[in-house]
Ligand binder design. Structure first.
Ligand code: PRX
Length: 613
């Protein structure tokens, strides 16, 4: 199949698209590829929400659980495919009633509750482009994203539960909408029940909005390339990139990977622990699994609430068969100790998955032994917000596994590890990771910024997609992804741009200049270390360090709170004024400064930074 997928991709993808998706009108052409713009399945018409819901109603899946939800406080709710369909129809009708039409944008800022998926599917049903904003982001982050895509509505909740506390989602939205003129309405789900301010002209409760709406809704068919969603992700500048995904190709790749990478069976209970605010939550909590007719377990809260065995309790309570989580979580479980998983049988599990960052072989072995009891294959899946679906992965039961390697390319994927000159590096040597062919779930552009799209992904080596990762192939042709090589950090599996954090820090009134780098961290993969130069009249203090950390958390979200703030009299720069991050990384890692320092403008800066340690 792999040979077919790369030798005659149009034949392969055409067949998969006909077999795995329901079309309103068949497509005429599988692929038109004019760098950097791809069109997949031109001429075809399709509705993504219909593929995730309506088509199952004609089968035995109608009364199968689509979503089993467990809230952090322990409340459990199950929605069958029929019930989920009805809820989506009500919301879609309600959104139509608010005047939303194809091509409009809606922002979704919600906890991990079924209504988050319902809101996404209701938008998809109408051809309204959603942008989900992770519930851990601050009001500033909401504001920037909503303004960038000019969303007409925000769908949110009063709050969500996290470690026994309420995350004040509505309060954050209220702050954001003071500076988002495009927003006409705010829809508020009642989840946590505390008092929230409601602006009668703008805000409406979810339950009031859907009350009396019909439980059926005839979905329109849209072009294959109709935009489905925008998802903002960090890049190497201060401004997040609005990655745009479209309909048919995206959906096809997510269903196909559900089938082969997760080896989905009708009887599976599938638990992907990602939040819908990240791409994994889009492709592998909502679109892929629902289009494939899976039973999904959705969990609202923290993995260690009320105790560090919550995931294992969930696995036993709901008989989870497939578990898909992130290395950072696995390393946290390792640290909390084997006693927690030992409280539970975990006998229902048959397949484990990992995503988001390189998994170190030690964590892999722990996952394999303590969680999988040496029975369950682990699929280590490499992909990105931009790729939309899994790109490099073992196929469970077929591909021999190597702890720490994401193994071999999935169908249609041709990864290349190349040197600075675009030449293949020999097996065993490191290089930069590229993809040599267009694929159905590839991002189509960056919202409103074709130029940045071209420059960022397609200009390093014309015709090749530049992933921004460093990697190597081993002697067996297995891929080992080392991590980002651009100014993007991967902290606990979350992508954070150093430039975003730097601009947050310099917006503090005491700060003159800042440089942010990553330091290897056993738990988080990378820790955020900030070198900060204060304004002349400002005295450094421990309290000020704390204040700067809190300031970043306010500006971006708690996920970007620096692990370490270090005051520096000056930053190491080249004569042309460019900060030499390599030197800062070496200092942060506690090592000696190696390599070339001849381009440094001021040698004393390095000595001072080391002395301050
Ligand atoms: O560096 C790679 C790392 O995560 C980056 C993509 O981050 P994001 O767009 O937030 O998507 C995460 C979920 C798909 C990649 O450039 N990454 C992701 N999966 C792996 C990985 N690194 C190594 N192994 C993986 N399995």
């Amino acid at each position: 199949m792999y040979a077919e997928s790369v030798n005659t991709p149009e034949k392969f993808w055409g067949r998969q698209a006909r077999e795995l998706l329901d079309w309103r009108r068949p497509f005429k052409r599988v692929l038109s590829w004019k760098l950097p713009h791809a069109k997949w399945f031109e001429g075809g018409r399709i509705n993504v929400s219909e593929n995730c819901l309506d088509r199952h109603l004609k089968t035995a899946r109608a009364n199968k659980a689509a979503i089993i939800f467990e809230g952090e406080p322990g409340d459990v709710r199950t929605l069958t495919y029929r019930q989920l369909h009805q809820e989506v129809c009500r919301m879609a009708s309600a959104l139509e009633g608010l005047g939303l039409v194809r091509g409009d944008r809606a922002a979704i800022y919600m906890p991990m509750v079924p209504e988050a998926a319902i809101a996404m599917l209701a938008c998809a049903r109408l051809g309204v482009i959603h942008t989900v904003i992770f519930g851990g982001f601050s009001s500033e982050a909401i504001k920037d994203r909503v303004n960038d895509c000019q969303a007409r509505v925000i769908i949110t909740a009063d709050g969500g539960w996290r470690r026994g506390r309420i995350v004040e989602l509505k309060v954050n939205v209220d702050k954001a909408v003071q500076a988002t003129p495009s927003v006409e309405r705010v829809i508020v789900l009642k989840r946590t029940g505390q008092e929230v301010a409601m602006d009668p002209a703008r805000d409406v409760w979810w339950h009031d909005l859907v009350a009396g709406q019909p439980a059926s809704h005839a979905p329109k068919a849209f072009d294959s390339e109709n935009p489905l969603y925008i998802l903002y992700t960090s890049g190497s500048t201060g401004k997040p990139k609005g990655v745009l995904h479209t309909s048919a190709g995206y959906l096809l790749a997510t269903v196909l990977t559900m089938k082969y990478v997760f080896d989905l069976k009708e009887s599976d209970v599938y638990f992907c622990t990602a939040d819908v605010g990240w791409v994994t939550g889009h492709s592998y909590v909502v679109y892929g699994p629902l289009a494939a007719g899976a039973t999904i377990l959705m969990y609202e809260g923290a993995p260690n609430h009320p105790e560090p065995d919550r995931f294992w309790q969930l696995v036993d309570r709901h008989s989870v068969t497939i578990l898909y989580t992130a290395p950072t979580a696995i390393r946290a479980f390792m640290r909390w100790g084997d006693a927690y998983p030992a409280r539970h049988s975990l006998a229902s599990l048959r397949l484990l998955g990992s995503v988001g960052e390189p998994i170190n072989p030690e964590a892999w072995m722990w996952y394999y032994t303590v969680i999988g009891k040496k029975r369950c294959p682990i699929v280590d899946t490499w992909w990105q917000t931009e790729t939309g679906a899994i790109m490099v992965t073992p196929i469970p039961g077929i591909t021999p596994l190597k702890p720490g390697s994401c193994a071999i390319p999935f169908f249609g994927v041709v990864p290349k590890v190349l040197d600075e000159n675009g030449k293949d590096v020999p097996r065993g040597s490191g290089g930069r990771l590229f993809l040599a062919k267009p694929w159905p779930s590839m991002l189509r552009t960056l919202w409103g910024d074709d130029e940045r799209f071209m420059k960022q992904y397609w200009s390093e080596l014309p015709g090749y997609y530049f992933a921004g990762d460093g990697a190597r192939f081993d002697k067996d042709g297995y891929l080992w992804v080392v991590g980002r090589i651009d100014d993007v950090l991967n902290v606990s599996g979350h992508r954070i741009g150093t430039a975003e954090v730097e601009s947050a820090i310099v917006s503090h009134h005491s700060v003159a200049e800042a440089a942010v780098i990553g330091r290897p961290d056993d738990l988080k993969g990378q820790a955020l270390v900030c070198f900060v130069t204060l304004k002349n009249d400002v005295e450094p203090s421990v309290a000020l360090k704390e204040e700067i950390r809190a300031h970043v958390a306010r500006e971006i979200g708690a996920l970007a709170r620096p692990d370490d703030v270090r005051f520096a009299a000056g930053l190491p720069k080249t004569r042309s004024g460019k900060i030499m991050r390599r030197i800062l990384k070496e200092i942060a890692a506690g090592g000696a400064v190696k390599g070339d320092t001849t381009t440094l403008e001021d040698f004393t800066v390095v000595a001072m930074l080391q002395a301050e340690e």
